[in-house]
Write a protein that binds this ligand. Sequence first.
Ligand code: PTJ
Length: 247
Amino acid sequence: MEIPESHPRYRSLLLREMVARGVEAGITGQIGLIAHGRGETFDYLLGERTIPSARQAEAVGVAALLLADHPVISVNGNTAALVADDVITLSDTLGAGIEVNIFYHSEERREQIIRYLEKRGATELYVMSDAQIPGLTHNRGIVDSHGIYAADTVLVPLEDGDRCSALKKMGKTVVAIDLNPLSRTARTADVTIVDNIVRAVPNMISIVDELGDMTELELQRMVEDYDNRRALRDAVEEIAAYLQESF
Ligand code: PTJ
């Protein structure tokens, strides 16, 4: 549907449309529509803006990815529908690989997303399905042995809590993007960016530039000084304050 730019909720409606088109194109799963709705709710409650603690988490997440020996960005159906081009740019600027890793397993959809990313210029793609994340049964744990399996730091946008904790158990540093500060993923990850992926990824691209002059020691200090629980608490307080200020 054509959305009039004059509509007060234009941006939000456009994002819905992008996810719906992702489903039509076979890259986003139907459940992705529900997940998007949940994210939309939290975004609404946060005032649809990048709160200061999320901006800090974005910087710390970038620092962790810059410090990594083998960083990988995980891409699912919603991520591909909303920020495919930005994810490719982030992967290029960080020197990180990309792996399509979907929760609702379908080989056809996985391949469709890979083709979609390749068409848009992605080159550092891990495409094999030859390893299994320990502790995850069936298809939920299938990954590329040279990609997520071997990565020391993984960026997981809109991740399932179970898989996030399995990655942590493998000893990886996990940077999550999740608008729900109460989710299991948010509580399990090392760095949780409580921001909409459509703002978080572009922010992270500019942060790579901003951190360009920092030494490895300074980046390490940023990561060490970061307190994820405090950032999550801050997000909840921002929601409470936003609700109170609304009337
Ligand atoms: O393509 P697949 O099969 O890998 O499936 C992807 C989804 C997202 C459907 C799947 O991973 C899933 O069901 O995820 P969950 O468990 O619903 O978790 C998604 C989390 O992402 C929720 O906490 C949402 O609030 C959050 N979320 C949704 N949209 C956004 C978001 N966070 C940031 N930006 C968004 N746009």
